[in-house]
Write a protein that binds this ligand. Structure first.
Ligand SMILES: [Zn+2]
Length: 342
């Protein structure tokens, strides 16, 4: 299927395009260890020397978010060829091959709402639901990968995205809910080194891929928004250079994690409140395409409702993901506020 002669011209994205459904697992010996092609869009690299670092890099969970796929594809080629050093156990995932082929965010459902076993209810409704089957397969892949790691090993998962919506901060990351564990300065510092200076600390369990690996495998995990959505070939790769450099250092095991970094200049936000639609009259007084992290002044009536309006309580409160078109009981926006780790 693939031989060492093909490495120089190997293109992970094209390979997934040619094998979007599934393929037989096959292993290749490479100069620096082993490459295991598990399934469509799922490659595991095992380094020649034992490592207690387990790094999962996922891209293309949304099929039209091309820049991270291009970065990861180049890294895969360079590991195969030997120009990218491999010193960690590495799992590479291209999340949604079929949506990628159509340059769509997803075929039927948002894949990044299906992890932490949420795919089960979608499969009950439709046993052929592509995204649900894919979420199930990706969960198996991360389980097989992280379960090889000893208890005291380090596990990381960076789920790489680009955003459609405008944002006051072009690059930002979501630090999933930690189930009581503490946020790590070294991880925030890594985000900063990736060029991501805004992080939202999430407040509750969810169905995202990064929460899944954080929750089930105690991985240091993030959803990382690295820039704007553009078609394949139109990304300005220098916009992503910092992130790519850090990811390559991680894979070479020469990124220096620093728990003592001063991160005062980082924009850290925590969720203050979920703004829910409580009645037919609930209305957010902003457009749905409002840029994420838009801040408001104290006194602004952000959410109108006869019973439960929300008026901004202090300057600097901001919102992300506004949506006026949700049914009663669902979330219209997340209200966030600046915090420090203290
Ligand atoms: Zn995305």
């Amino acid at each position: 299927m693939l031989t060492t002669q093909d490495f120089n011209t190997f293109n992970f994205i094209d390979f997934v395009r040619q094998n979007p459904d599934q393929h037989e697992c096959f292993e290749l010996d490479i100069e620096q260890g082993k490459a295991v092609f598990h399934d469509a869009g799922i490659i595991e690299f095992k380094p020649g020397q034992v490592s207690d670092q387990y790094v999962c890099l996922s891209c293309g969970v949304h099929g039209n978010e091309t820049a991270p796929m291009e970065i990861v594809s180049d890294m895969v080629r360079d590991i195969l060829v030997g120009t990218q050093t491999l010193k960690v156990n590495l799992l590479i995932l291209l999340g949604n091959p079929k949506a990628m082929m159509q340059q769509e965010r997803f075929l039927e459902f948002n894949l990044n709402r299906m992890f932490n076993h949420h795919w089960k209810s979608y499969l009950e409704a439709d046993p052929h639901c592509y995204e649900a089957l894919r979420a199930k397969r990706l969960e198996e892949a991360v389980k097989d990968f992280f379960e090889q790691s000893p208890d005291n090993a380090r596990r990381y998962h960076y789920d790489l995205h680009t955003a459609i919506r405008a944002s006051k901060h072009q690059r930002f990351a979501i630090y999933p809910y930690l189930d009581g564990r503490e946020h790590k300065v070294e991880q925030l510092a890594l985000m900063q080194d990736c060029g991501v200076n805004t992080v939202l600390l999430y407040h509750k369990p969810g169905s995202t891929f990064s929460y899944h690996t954080s929750h089930h495998f105690k991985a240091d995990a993030f959803t990382v928004e690295l820039g704007k959505v553009k078609p394949f070939g139109e990304n300005n790769r220098t916009d992503f250079e910092k992130a790519e450099t850090c990811l390559r250092q991680l894979v070479a095991n020469n990124y220096h994690f620093n728990n003592d970094r001063v991160i005062d200049d980082m924009n850290l936000f925590a969720v203050k409140k979920e703004l829910l639609r409580v009645s037919d009259d609930s209305h957010l007084n902003v457009d749905d395409d409002l840029a994420n992290f838009t801040e408001f002044k104290q006194g602004v009536e952000l959410l109108s409702d006869p019973q439960e309006p929300y008026v901004i309580e202090s300057d600097g409160e901001a919102i992300v993901f506004p949506n006026n078109k949700v049914p009663i009981g669902q979330r219209m926006a997340l209200l966030i506020e600046p915090v420090s780790l203290g």
